[in-house]
Structure formats: C-alpha cells, structure tokens
Design a protein around this ligand. Structure first.
Ligand code: TXA
Ligand code: MG
Length: 309
C-alpha cells in the first residue's frame, strides 16, 4: 500500500500477471475493470504505451501529477492489467515516496485505489487498515494525502479526447494545453461506444457503507421530511452548519470555509469517519460552485449516493 498525491494505492508489478491477480483478489475487483500503470516519467511510460504528440504535451505539463492518460498499449503489458482492452492507463504520481519506490524498480506499478471494490478510496493509512483488517498488506505511512480525490482520466485514443473521470486537472486546462476541444462523459451521455466508457465508472463506486441520500441543494436538504436523530448531514462548509441547527439530526462539514481544495482533500476522510460512527443515513448536498473542481467533487458525491440495486 503506497501513498500517492491523490489517494493510497494498492501497488504491485504491473507486468506480472500473478502480482496483478493478487490486486484483483484482495480488492474483490471484477476482472473486467483494468488497473492503471504508475511510472516515473514519459520515457518509462513509452515502454508500455504508444505516446503521441498530445500525450507528450500533457505529460510535459502535468506529470508528475494527478492526470491518467489512456493510450494504446504495447504488447509487454499483460492482458490482466488492461482487462483485455487495447488501451492502458498510465500516470506519474507526484508523491515522493511513490517516486522513490519507482526509481528502485525496473517495472511499472499497477495501483488501483487501496479500497475493497466499490468502497470509498482511502486518503490515510488508517482508512486502508480499517477496510482490509487482517488481510492488509504492509502500508507505507506517509500521513494524509495532499489532494484527496482520484486523478483525472483522459482517453486519448478516441477521435476527440474525452475525460472519463473528473479530477484536479480540469477540462479547461487540458483544452488549453492541447489547443483543441475536449469532451466529457456528460457531453457524450448518449454515446454508446466502448471508447467512451471506463469499466470502473459504474454508478455504484466510491460509496460509503452507510445509506446516503443525495440532495441537489442545501435548500432541498432543509426540506427533507424524514430525518432521524441518528442521521448525519455532511455539508460543504462549516459556515452552512448553523442553517441545519433546528433539524432533528446532526450536521458536520467537509471543510471549514467551503474552499474546493479543502473539500477534495477532506471528503473521503469524513465519509470514512461517518461510516465508522454507524449513522442511520448520510445526507450529502451537491456543491453549487461552477469551478471545474466542483464537477469532480459532485461526481464523487453522486457516486457516494448511488446505491446498489
Ligand atoms: O488517483 C488515482 O488515479 C489513483 C491512485 C492510486 O493513482 N488510482 C485509481 O485507480 O484511482 P483505480 O483503479 O481505483 O481507478 C482507475 C480507473 C478505473 O475506473 C478503471 O476502470 C479506469 O481507471 N481505467 C483503467 N484503465 C483503463 C482503460 N484501459 N480503459 C478505460 N478505463 C480504464
Ligand atoms: Mg478506485
């Protein structure tokens, strides 16, 4: 278990079928959901993926950092890593511990988020340990992660580059760097092409164990009629909390002042803590900012509230 700047990862040799199988087993991850390869730099990445001009531009600007590029894979990458797809996700994380580890190795590290499949990603070693218990492999404790939510995933193998997962690197930043429009899954909502899908992007993902109710706005949350004393509202800013004081439930916030970076950094920890406290239900509101990072935050909030059917 290794820290990255986004979330902790469950790392193993991405070129070794048996090692990658162990990741799938421990996470309970379906074999149809590929894992991404972590590398130290562009030179390493191009051993495993066909790096074109666009990929190079983006990696020059944003690596090491929270941007995963989906590219055509080279034969050396085993099928299990990419779940049989012809593309591979590559990213160079900026965490020093992870980079030092890569510098000592002669292979890339496959590293999905270090949570059992469909649970909230961990941003601290405690969360990793709590989720895996006795079957937890050694964890490198680097304290809480710097950024919080997972990397932006950009598919560069489609005609128009498409963002498959929102993260800290925004659509606008990518468009500026490539000097061309970039689409998102929201734009291509009705497209059914395989290229526009990320196998791990099922609706039920990143979910707390506690049943979680989605409210479009704080006002909508205030109007909810069925709060119990053991319900918990998690709003975005502690400044909102006084608005909830007359409701018959508890309320906390993801951040002190509503700053999006603090929300991203703290949200998974607050969701893990809420799970541990065994509330009856959680209530989460969408963030009303039109900043790009709010898209990533709201994406995770929607997924946290998407219950298994
Ligand atoms: O920030 C992150 O990206 C973290 C840290 C540990 O690096 N990693 C992470 O990995 O979030 P994971 O496996 O939890 O999420 C990667 C997502 C999955 O939803 C997977 O389906 C998608 O990337 N993915 C990986 N390879 C893909 C491919 N070839 N085609 C489409 N989607 C892919
Ligand atoms: Mg994950």
């Amino acid at each position: 278990m290794l820290p990255t700047e986004t979330v902790y990862g469950l790392a193993a040799n991405g070129l070794d079928t048996i090692a990658v199988q162990k990741i799938f087993n421990l996470k309970g991850r379906p074999a149809t959901n590929p894992v991404i390869l972590h590398v130290s730099n562009i030179g390493e990445a191009s051993k495993y993926a066909y790096f074109d001009e666009k990929a190079k531009k983006l990696a020059d600007q944003y690596w090491p950092g929270p941007l995963t590029l989906l590219l055509r894979k080279k034969d050396v990458v085993p099928e299990i890593t990419t779940a049989g797809l012809s593309t591979v996700g590559v990213r160079s994380p900026s965490n020093d511990v992870f980079q030092d580890m890569l510098a000592c190795l002669k292979f890339p590290l496959a590293a999905p988020s270090a949570n059992p499949s469909n649970r909230t990603s961990p941003t601290s070693p405690h969360q990793v340990l709590e989720m895996f218990g006795n079957s937890c492999p050694p964890i490198f404790d680097d304290g809480p992660t710097d950024l919080g939510i997972e990397s932006t995933i950009l598919n560069l193998t489609s005609k128009l580059p498409i963002i498959l997962r929102f993260g800290h690197i925004s659509q606008l930043e990518i468009e500026k760097c490539l000097d061309q429009p970039v689409s998102t899954l929201i734009d291509s909502h009705n497209l059914n092409s395989k290229l526009h899908k990320s196998p791990g992007m099922s609706k039920v993902h990143y979910a707390p164990k506690t049943f979680s109710v989605l409210h479009e706005t704080i006002d909508a949350c205030m109007e909810y009629k069925n709060f119990t004393p053991n319900d918990l509202i998690i709003s975005h800013s502690s400044r909102d909390i006084k608005r909830f004081q007359d409701l018959p439930c508890k309320a906390i916030a993801f951040s002190t002042n509503g700053g999006l970076e603090e929300i991203a950094r703290c949200m998974y920890r607050k969701l893990h803590d809420a799970d541990k406290a065994k509330f009856n239900q959680l209530h989460l509101c969408l963030n009303d900012s039109d900043d790009d990072l709010a898209l990533a935050i709201n994406d995770r909030i929607r997924r946290a509230c998407a219950q298994k059917t």
